[in-house]
Write a protein that binds this ligand. Structure first.
Ligand SMILES: Nc1nc2c(ncn2[C@@H]2O[C@H](COP(=O)(O)OP(=O)(O)OP(=O)(O)O)[C@@H](O)[C@H]2O)c(=O)[nH]1
Length: 398
């Protein structure tokens, strides 16, 4: 089990989710890499700020070249340590059992902390309360930020904070020049840092895990939302379409006619409705069977739709009766169109079991006049259809 796996499994937030852990682990490892990369930069910048502060504090005590060499040494250890820690953390996510490398990082941190803390023993620093205070604040800052920035391994903080505090505590025990308060402060700081380190690392991982889970949940929600929208669109479509002929059903057609009527009332472009009723359709059913009747209805719908423009609509009014809406069309143009449709259907042989059938249709056409109700328009077209039937069928009346 890898380092991160072990930490996550011991986390109260994740103990119940151990089964999902393997699924999330690669993504968390990637997130952690990103976070660590950012924190490396932050850690380095705060540490170098700390070295600058230390060099400034020591400017009157230590000769310039020695001070420069001191700061450069600290910077070198810091860089080496940071790089090692980063590589270690990247690898411990995937590979368990990197004890020697971990030990090297901890020793390095101990060295770094001790190098910092040794400054406390310098007579000038110890004697001057202001310098001491500034230095103490610098130490606290370095520890807290260091822990926050690279919060991954508790024993690394122990090494760093122990290294920082140890010289002060030793000095306090062995040298009279170190005030007692410094030792007490140092020990308190050490304990605080240990507590902080123990909680922060786990917190970071818990946050990464819950981030990852929330991202997944959000994505799943978006997906199901999308699927629901598609489903609702399909349902709406299914509720508007006649399943046999794929024309609009009566209710949807009424809706379209109402919309068109409203448009015409606004901008006065005429439109026409065409009612079509297949002739002697009952005989088709009776002689060739219901399936043949269905096939005839399908072919008739195809023929009607094939004659329309993109802005026109075709609906099945019920049984063997169809209605067409011809947008922006005058009565004379609609009659011509209806005639074309009638001929097209009459010329179309329809294959059914046992041979080819021919079917004709009677057609009634009416133009919508602004001020007229839709019901009146439909009644008018229906009346013209009745005229066509009465006139012997297979003809258009307007
Ligand atoms: N196969 C099939 N038949 C249907 C469907 N809907 C209605 N019908 C039949 O269509 C026939 C309509 O008959 P009628 O109203 O007498 O009309 P017609 O025989 O076409 O006579 P005219 O309209 O006067 O020429 C009835 O037998 C209905 O059962 C359908 O979806 N499929």
């Amino acid at each position: 089990m890898s380092y991160v796996q072990r930490l996550l499994r011991t986390d109260p937030l994740t103990t119940e989710k151990t089964a999902d852990l393997d699924h999330y682990l690669p993504a968390i490892a990637r997130d952690l890499d990103r976070v660590l990369g950012r924190r490396m930069l932050m850690a380095a910048s705060t540490s170098f700020l700390g070295y600058g502060l230390q060099a400034w504090l020591l400017r009157d005590v230590v000769p310039g070249p020695i001070l420069l060499a001191w700061v450069l040494t600290l910077a070198a250890i810091e860089s080496l340590n940071g790089t090692m820690a980063w590589r270690l953390q990247r690898r411990t996510i995937r590979t368990p059992g990197l004890a020697p490398l971990k030990l090297a990082v901890r020793c390095n941190l101990l060295l770094l902390g001790s190098a910092w803390g040794t400054v406390l023993l310098l007579p000038h620093v110890a004697a001057d309360p202001v310098t001491m205070l500034l230095h103490g604040m610098g130490l606290a800052l370095a520890m807290v930020l260091g822990i926050y920035n690279l919060s991954t391994d508790r024993w690394s903080y122990a090494a760093l904070s122990g290294g920082l505090v140890l010289p002060g505590v030793l000095g306090w025990l062995c040298l009279d020049s170190i005030p007692r308060e410094i030792g007490v402060c140092g020990l308190t700081l050490f304990l605080l840092c240990q507590f902080y380190a123990a909680t922060t690392g786990r917190l970071v991982r818990s946050i990464l895990l819950s981030n990852r889970i929330s991202k997944d949940v959000a994505r799943q929600l978006a997906d199901s939302n999308h699927r629901l929208e598609q489903l609702s669109h399909q349902l709406k479509l299914a509720a508007s379409i006649d399943p046999l002929t794929a024309c609009l059903n009566r209710r949807a057609m009424m809706r379209e006619l109402e919309r068109e009527a409203a448009r015409v009332r606004r901008n006065a472009t005429p439109f026409c409705v065409v009612f079509l009723d297949l002739d002697h359709f009952k005989a088709v059913n009776d002689q060739h069977g219901h399936a043949a009747g269905d096939a005839v209805l399908k072919v008739a719908a195809e023929v009607f739709k094939g004659q329309l423009r993109a802005t026109d609509m075709a609906g099945r009014w019920g049984g063997e009766e169809f209605v067409l809406m011809l947008a922006a069309t005058s009565l004379s143009a609609a009659v011509a169109k209806a005639e074309g449709i009638r001929v097209a259907l009459a010329d179309t042989p329809i294959p059914v079991e046992g041979g080819l059938l021919r079917i004709t249709t009677s057609v009634g056409v009416a133009a919508f006049r602004p001020g007229q109700t839709l019901e009146a328009l439909i009644a008018q077209a229906d009346a013209r259809l009745y005229d066509a039937k009465a006139a012997g069928r297979n003809c258009v009346r307007s």
